[in-house]
Structures are given as structure tokens and as C-alpha cells.
Design a protein around this ligand. Sequence first.
Ligand code: MG
Length: 378
Amino acid sequence: MTMASTTEKIIAMDVWQVSMPVTSQRDHGIGSVANAIDAVIVRLTSESGVHGFGEASPWVVFTGTAENSFSALHRYLRPVVIGSAIGDIAGTMEIARKSIVNATEALAALETALLDLAGKCFNLPVWALLGGKCRDAIPLSVSLANPDFDQDIELLQTLRDDKVNIVKLKTGTCGHAFDLMRLEILRADFPEFDVRVDYNQGMEPTDALRQLKDIEAFAVTFIEQPVARQHFGVMANLRANLDTPLMADESVFSANDMLRAVKEHICDCVSVKIMKSGGLTHSKTISEIAAAAGMASYGGDMFETGIAHLAGTHMIAASPNISLGCEFYQASYYLEQDLLAEPFPIKDGKVQVPETAGLGIEVDMEKISHFAVSHGKE
Ligand code: MG
């Protein structure tokens, strides 16, 4: 094949907001999800007609709105991207980050698309553009968040058949007694599972220590973000008084947040997400700061399709410190349909790192058209 030139230009950008139907309700601390999730898909086109895809996966109570991601890309980032060279990813992202505040999901989508495009043009997987890989597979965690626990028990049986053996129980939504009851059943009937809990900021600070002492009796692997993101002092106090590792999620979006988390001793480990940090490279930076502080990292996600899952997979493949697995389960276990042309790759309970160019799996354009609620183009 003829190799593309690094100076080849990006000549077109399409942005779609999609509404993706889901199979059940989920309660996650600060908010619930039912019926459908919103995402924004961006497609860049090079002069030679190669496409690069990326996804913004916002959640209104966590990072922002799909409408914000859509306009960030379609209106404000478009002039940064059109005419830029496909090899100038870091430079384009630097300008993009200075062109709009927040909008981390839109920036993650843009960097994903730039890396997918360059990877396809130079016949390299995205992980190779991030410094090469340190793992070929990533242990998968599936979240249990259904207010009807009987349905989650059915899901657990499916997971057992699929050789998935990590689950994250979403706690703090229907009362402490409901959480303890579910943990008792999990430990009695599903003893082979590695169990983690995630409050998504759902605890009252005054209740937190006493209730988490009860949770510790179930020997969970970690306790994630019990209280609101701004309560660094409460997090530090919980960390000092619990034996179970405390994970920060909503408290750490950026590298600066990570530095503060280290300085104020608010956690033992951190959930790294491209939708919080604004892209793959910034997520790698956060995991390296955590590594320098002796903290392990975990590959978190939002309500995503397989496109964002793939971006996270390549980022984790190139990040040695993200050693606690990932939660890229929605495309396989939650969405009614995904946007990828092939199933998101999971085998024996592990996400398989693609070896082919770019993100490694094609996007199904018919599905994007089918689920699109709006389309922005020049
Ligand atoms: Mg979380």
C-alpha cells in the first residue's frame, strides 16, 4: 500500500448525535438511566478519503450534555480541525483544548478520531501511536445497577457462563439495607466473583464511615467515590479510617485533580476515563501521576457505544499502571444494538486489544444513520 503523508490534510468533519436504546433501567448514585443513552459521533475525512471516528459519551449529572458535545464539535472545534495535518495530533489537540473550556467528552471524541485516522493512514493500531502496548487483554468488570435485583441475578448467571468474573455493585441508590442484602447474596451464591462497589457520590458524608464499615465486612476489592466529588476532606477521612482501598472517580477529572488527590491523600486508587480527562493522552498522564504516587488505576467509562470502548481499550493497552481492569460492558451487555460493524471484542471475560490499524473495528454507517437524531456537516 502507498503510505499517506503526515502532512495530508483533514478536509471534512461530520458530527452525529445518536440516541441508543438500552435494555433496562440503571440506578447510579447521582442519577438514573432508562430507555436510551445519548452519544455524539464524529467522523473526520482526509484528502485521500480515509475516515477516523470518535465518540463523546456524556452523562448529564456527571460530565455534561450531548447537546454541549455536539455544538462543541460542530461549531467550535470544526475550524480547528479542518485543514489541519493528519500527523499534527498533539498540536491540533493543544489548540482544541484552548478553544473551548470543559467539553471533555468532545475533546476525547476529537482525539480518538485523530488517532483513528492517523492509525489507518499509517497502518498502525491506536495503541502504537500512544507508545506501544503493555498488555493484549484487559479484565472486564460489569456493573450491577438494576433496581430489580432479580434481573441482575439473571445477568450474573450470564456473566458466569461468559467467564466474566468481576462485577461492580452500584450502591447508595435504594438504601443501605438493599446494598447489604445484595452483597450477602453475591458472596453466598457467586463466590468466585471479584466484587467492587461504586456509590457514584450517593452517600451522605455523615453516614459514610459507619455504613462503609458494614460494607468492608464483605471484603470488596475497592470502594469507589462514596461522597460528592468536592468533598476531598471527607474522602481523606474515609481513606484514613478504612482498610479497603478507596477509589476516586468523580473527584478526579484532570491531571490537576490527580495532583490534588495525591497531595490531600483522598484515595488509594483512581478511575481513569477519557470522557473526564478529555482524551487518551491526558488519561495516560493521570495514570502516570497515580503510578508515581503508588496508586493503581482502573479503566472506567461512561454510558458508551463500542467506539468509545475501543478508544479506552487502546489507551489502557498503552498504560501499564491501569492494572485493575476496565468496565467496557455496555456495548455487549446493555445497549440493544452497538454502532460497530462487528461485536466489541471480549473473550473469556477479557477485552481483547485489537491488532489492526486505527481503532481496529469498522463503524457501521447504517446504524449511525438509523440512531441519529441530528447531523452536522459543512
Ligand atoms: Mg464510578
